[in-house]
Design a protein around this ligand. Structure first.
Ligand SMILES: C[C@@H](Nc1nc2c(c3cc(-c4cn[nH]c4)ccc13)C(=O)N=C/C2=C\CC1CC1)C(C)(C)C
Length: 323
């Protein structure tokens, strides 16, 4: 609430507008909506400009009836809860996550005002250039590792990590988004994970990136995100994800049998890291036994000479077309 509210200030339109701009409440009237920038399963994301500050945001708009009918209310609430945790615990010097600025509702819609990531999805960038060279692969892999270290330190698992929801901000640093499928590990199931018992999960992510344990024992832990990281590194180097087939069913079969191979010329150092992440048993994946952060992953030769703590200060390497 502004301190001036209820004061004897003249209600001239200018002041009225000025007042409006300073209060923390927002409604859809405060934004000019622009182009559609992405479609989620139960939402559309628009580019929008705040009329008071001229700042650009990405606004996720959900239809209330549609969400109720499709019983997706818990996903919306989960996403908001996770983003509020991230907002309060976001590392200010290494903000690797899309920020939620405002959430409000209109007559029929819910609105979530978030960071606008000017250079869109990592998937789009990989497809545009074909594949990344070793410098870009190791830089963006390191940024994802840093983001996962932060996320997992808050006992949050993303569960649907993929190049579509790794976004690129105006400085070409990553911001991870789409936490509708995330899992917040509470004390009891953190123990369950730690002493090997697993957390039952009803949710399965996007076929190409889903981990074997999510498919066969319906369990999930931080290792599910490490598996997805392995798939994403493979995709940065080769341009395609490792497990591909004509249908989701056949993709699942390949994942469970670890049926994938490396194209000729695949960078040997990156290949070694992928092979240490795409391991069927989640507890045997590189980093799975690390207590704090992922020192075992940071120590991998792919990152030789890279200062993980200074990642956000480094100007990201130019992603040049390789086709
Ligand atoms: C993955 C996501 N795609 C996207 N989600 C967001 C974008 C975004 C931006 C571009 C873009 C920017 N310039 N050109 C394209 C392309 C796709 C985007 C953004 O800027 N800020 C927050 C976003 C999402 C936050 C909200 C989901 C929680 C889906 C497909 C789910 C909409």
């Amino acid at each position: 609430r502004t301190s001036m509210e209820g004061s004897t200030m003249p209600k001239s339109p200018k002041v009225e507008k000025g007042l409006k701009g300073t209060s923390d409440k927002r409604s859809d009237k405060d934004f000019i909506f622009g182009k559609l920038i992405g479609e989620g399963s139960f939402s559309s994301v628009y580019l929008a400009k705040d009329i008071h500050t001229d700042l650009e945001y990405a606004v996720k708009v959900c239809d209330k009836d549609h969400i109720r009918k499709e019983k997706k209310v818990e996903y919306i609430i989960r996403e908001k809860d996770v983003m509020n945790i991230l907002n309060s615990k976001q590392n200010p010097t290494a903000p690797f996550f899309v920020k939620l600025y405002y959430a409000f509702q209109g007559a029929t819609k819910l609105y979530f005002v978030m960071t606008y990531c000017k250079y869109g999805e990592l998937l789009n960038l990989i497809q545009r250039v074909g594949f990344f060279d070793r410098e870009c692969t190791r830089f963006y892999t390191a940024e994802i590792v840093r983001a996962l270290e932060h996320l997992h330190s808050l006992n949050i698992i993303h569960r649907d990590l993929k190049p579509e929801n790794i976004l690129l901000d105006e400085d070409m640093h990553i911001k991870i988004t789409d936490f509708g499928c995330a899992k917040i590990l509470t004390e009891d199931n953190v123990e369950a994970i730690n002493d090997g018992r697993k957390r039952k999960s009803s949710f399965v992510g996007t076929a190409q990136y889903v981990s074997p344990e999510l498919l066969d024992s319906k369990t999930c832990g931080p290792g599910s995100d490490l598996w997805a990281l392995g798939c994403i590194i493979y995709q940065m180097v080769s341009g395609l994800p490792p497990f591909r087939s004509k249908s989701e069913y056949f993709i699942y079969q390949k994942i469970l049998k670890l049926e994938y191979d490396f194209p000729d010329g695949f960078c040997e150092v990156a290949k070694d890291l992928v092979q240490k992440l795409l391991v069927i048993k989640s507890e045997d994946r590189l980093g799975a036994k690390d207590k704090e952060s992922y020192p075992s992953i940071r120590a991998h030769p792919l990152f030789n000479g890279l200062d993980f703590e200074a990642l956000h200060e480094i100007t990201p390497p130019k992603v040049a077309p390789n086709l």
